[in-house]
Design a protein around this ligand. Structure first.
Ligand SMILES: [Zn+2]
Length: 376
C-alpha cells in the first residue's frame, strides 16, 4: 500500500514508472548492451527459485488464485505489511484492511506472513498504548511476526501545539517494549526520500511520487519536522530498545547518503534495513561502489520490493507486474545483464551466490523470526 504512500513512492517508482519504462521502445546506444526486461526466462526462473527469495516488505490485500500461483511459481515468501494510512484512497478502515491482509495470508498456503500495525492517530487518547498492545498481542497470537510504524509519525500527526510528533514520543514507548518482549520485529518506515524536503526535480526517482502525493511533500509545508529530526528520533528508539530488532524500511530512509547508512549499520547491532522501493538508488551508485556496499553489508541488507496488490486491482496484471519487478531486481543483483530505469541503463552487479543467499533469504530469516516457519 502506499504505505504505503511512501510505499507508493516505491510502488509508483518501481512498478509504475519503471514498468512503464520497460514497455517503451528503447533504442540501444552504440556499444551499450540492450536492456533485459520482462518476466523471467525459464533459465532465469530456475536460478531465482533456488534462492527461496523472501520479499520482506510488500502489500497484498486481495486473495486471488492467479496471484497466489505467481508467488508459488517464483517460490517467493512475502511479508504482507499492514499500514495505517488515513490518506489512502484505495484502503478504507484499518480493520477492513487488516481483515483483507489476514485473509490473504491465510489463503496463501504459506506464501505470506503478516506484519501488523496499530493506529497511531489515537496516540494521545487515554489508554492508547495499553489498547494498542492488546491488539498487537492478539495479532501475535494469530501469527503476526512484525509490527510496522509509518511515516505519518513525523510527517503528518501533530500535537496540540501544532508540532509533528516523532517516533520517540513517549506515547509509543510501551509499544516498542511489548514488541521486543514478544520477540517480534519493528519495521520502521519513518521519514521519506530526501526529495520530500527538496525542490522538485524531474530527474529524481521520487518526482512522480511527490507530484502525485503532495500531502507527503514536506518542502512546501510551513513548519515540517526536518528529515534529520525524524531520523534522530528513530535512532533514539533503536538506542533505547537494544533488545528490539528494528528494520528500517526503504534503506532506513537514508537512500541519498550511503555513507550515513553505512555508519548506522556499523553502529547499531539491532538495526538493519530493507531495500524496498530503493533499488534504483543502488543502481545509481557507481558500479564498483554498489558492489562494495552490497558486499560489505551483506548481513544487514534485506531484500524487499514494496510491491502492492490492492483491493479491486486486476490480479493477472498485478501478478505480471510483480514478476517483472522481481525479475528486474534479480537481473540487477545476480547477473551482469543490463537493466533499465527511467531511461538509463545499469549493468547488473553479478553478486556472488553467498551474498545473494543472505540478501534474499538468510537475513530475513534472522531479522524476522518466524518468517519461514509461521503458516507452514
Ligand atoms: Zn511499503
Amino acid at each position: 500500500m502506499k504505505a504505503m504512500r511512501a510505499v507508493v513512492v516505491s510502488t509508483a517508482v518501481l512498478l509504475g514508472i519503471v514498468a512503464g519504462c520497460k514497455h517503451e521502445q528503447v533504442v540501444p546506444q552504440p556499444g551499450a548492451a540492450a536492456a533485459v526486461s520482462g518476466p523471467f526466462s525459464s533459465q532465469e526462473l530456475q536460478q531465482f527459485v533456488a534462492l527461496e527469495a523472501i520479499d520482506s516488505h510488500a502489500h497484498a490485500f486481495q486473495s486471488d488464485p492467479a496471484f497466489f500461483a505467481m508467488l508459488k511459481k517464483l517460490n517467493v515468501k512475502m511479508i504482507d505489511i499492514l499500514v495505517v494510512d488515513d490518506q489512502s484512497q484505495k484502503y478504507n478502515h484499518l480493520s477492513q484492511e487488516a481483515e483483507a491482509g489476514w485473509k490473504f495470508v491465510k489463503g496463501s498456503d504459506g506464501s505470506a506472513v503478516f506484519c501488523t500495525s496499530f493506529d497511531p492517530y489515537k496516540w494521545n487518547e487515554p489508554g492508547f498504548a495499553a489498547a494498542a498492545n492488546k491488539q498487537l498481542d492478539k495479532d501475535f497470537s494469530q501469527g503476526a511476526i512484525a509490527v510496522k510504524i509509518w511515516k505519518n509519525i513525523g510527517m503528518e500527526i501533530k500535537d496540540a501545539k501544532g508540532n509533528y510528533i516523532l517516533p520517540d514520543n513517549p506515547a509509543f514507548a510501551p509499544i516498542y517494549k511489548d514488541i521486543a518482549a514478544h520477540n517480534k520485529t519493528l519495521v520502521a518506515h519513518v521519514a521519506d526520500p530526501s526529495s520530500s524536503w527538496a525542490p522538485l526535480d524531474p530527474a529524481s526517482p521520487d518526482y512522480w511520487y511527490y507530484t502525485h502525493n503532495p500531502v507527503w511533500y514536506m518542502h512546501d509545508k510551513p513548519h515540517p519536522a526536518s528529515k534529520e529530526q525524524i531520523l534522530a528520533a528513530r535512532d533514539h528508539v533503536v538506542e533505547m530498545n537494544p533488545d528490539l530488532r528494528v528494520v528500517g524500511a526503504h534503506l532506513g530512509s537514508m537512500e541519498a547518503d550511503f555513507h550515513q547508512l553505512a555508519q548506522h549499520l556499523d553502529k547499531y547491532p539491532n538495526f538493519a534495513v530493507d531495500m524496498a522501493a530503493r533499488m534504483p538508488y543502488v543502481m545509481m551508485l557507481p558500479h564498483a561502489d554498489a558492489i562494495a556496499f552490497m558486499t560489505k553489508y551483506q548481513d544487514k541488507l534485506i531484500y524487499a520490493t514494496d510491491n502492492e496488490f490492492a483491493p479491486n486491482e486486476n490480479a493477472q496484471d498485478k501478478a505480471k507486474e510483480w514478476e517483472e519487478a522481481y525479475a528486474r531486481d534479480w537481473r540487477f543483483l545476480a547477473t551482469s545483464d543490463t537493466v533499465e530505469y527511467l531511461g538509463k541503463k545499469y549493468q547488473g552487479l553479478s553478486l556472488p551466490g553467498s551474498v545473494l543467499t543472505k540478501v534474499y533469504h538468510d537475513n530475513a530469516v534472522k531479522w524476522f523470526p518466524g518468517v519461514v516457519t509461521v503458516g507452514k
